[in-house]
Design a protein around this ligand. Sequence first.
Ligand code: NAD
Ligand code: DAU
Length: 361
Amino acid sequence: MKTYLVTGGAGFIGSNYIHYMFKKYGDDIRIINVDALTYAGNLENLKDVEDRDNYTFVKANICDRDAINKIFEENDIDRVVHFAAESHVDRSIVNPEIFVETNVLGTATMLNAAKKAWELPDGTFKEGKKFLHVSTDEVYGSLDDDPNAYFYETTPYDPHSPYSASKASSDMLVKAYMDTYKFPANITNCSNNYGPYQFPEKLIPLVINNALAGKDLPVYGDGKNVRDWLFVEDHAKAIDMVQEKGKLFETYNVGGHNEKQNIEIVKTIIDVLREELDDSDPRKAKLSYDLIKYVTDRKGHDRRYAIAPDKIKKEIGWEPETMFKEGIRKTIKWYFDHNEWMEHVTSGDYEKYYAKMYDKR
Ligand code: NAD
Ligand code: DAU
């Protein structure tokens, strides 16, 4: 039975990945989720799995060398899937240092701990051990409006925000470990994810939440920046496929071929919400394009991201399965059906969940 050490599993993509893995492998794997529970970590995302015998939660910071080494000493870890990071670009513009701390130093700690646990006296590594570093397409910088330009694995790094600079630095560390020590790792660089459990600071859940509350929908700049949207479950599947079928030491770009301008996204959400709400629902009356408010642009706002996922398709056979039309409906429906989740997040109550569930045990 393989043991997975997942970092940042209480966040958006990490929790979706854990759900995906238990759905796929059931009792045939063990997952240890290590998360510091920053504002972005929410154990309510994992309510459905927390009682499983093959799931363990450890509250720890990935920069805490002793805590991370201890996990490796007490468990025979086969796979590391490293999600933990500060992930929001706007926050990185306001407070860059925590991004360097978590994303760069935290990744260094994870790499060192895994190397220490997995390295044999002759400098090779124990058979079958693998580390996957989850990264972003933002490391490649920004494309202009030419619809034929894409990010490839060979595209030079050109990060612009403190967030993407810190992710690029962490990628470089992983590359250095692979080149110097032949450390058994892969890197995935993925485009914008959307789906259940996303913190409502990010565009899609923020717009859903504000639209239902009849609040303004802030669109940065001219609203024509383009992002390449991927349903989060497709990302989870890609990560698993890269670890099981990918070639070690390789980088794989993961993307949805689903480029949309931000303004299109906002209008689509309004349209879908209007279709889903009953005519008698008072929220429907307030819901119109009039809620859209163009606001000051993000500093250094990257214009367009677009992933060429040719390599992962050719070498591994991964392709996105959820088309945007279907994915956005699923996502909106999820937020409708999980009103309580959103209420707990916006009120801050979600931060008490850890104390309730774990401190009393
Ligand atoms: P998120 O912000 O929702 O979750 C991050 C998680 O990491 C949280 O649970 C948080 O508590 C935890 N964490 C933060 N600092 C920590 C620390 N020092 N020690 C331990 N845990 C810590 O992020 P997300 O959107 O799920 O992104 C996960 C990963 O995927 C990140 O590495 C991000 O760069 C990458 N990524 C995200 C996207 C996207 O669209 N969201 C796309 C591509 C890649
Ligand atoms: O590309 C992958 C990246 O996608 C990940 O690495 C990041 O972790 C993730 O946060 C995301 O970054 P973005 O900056 O693209 O996502 P965000 O949801 O913050 O913004 C999406 C676009 O919408 C972006 O062009 C900025 C714009 N925007 C965002 C917000 C929050 C608005 O116009 N209004 C808003 O209120």
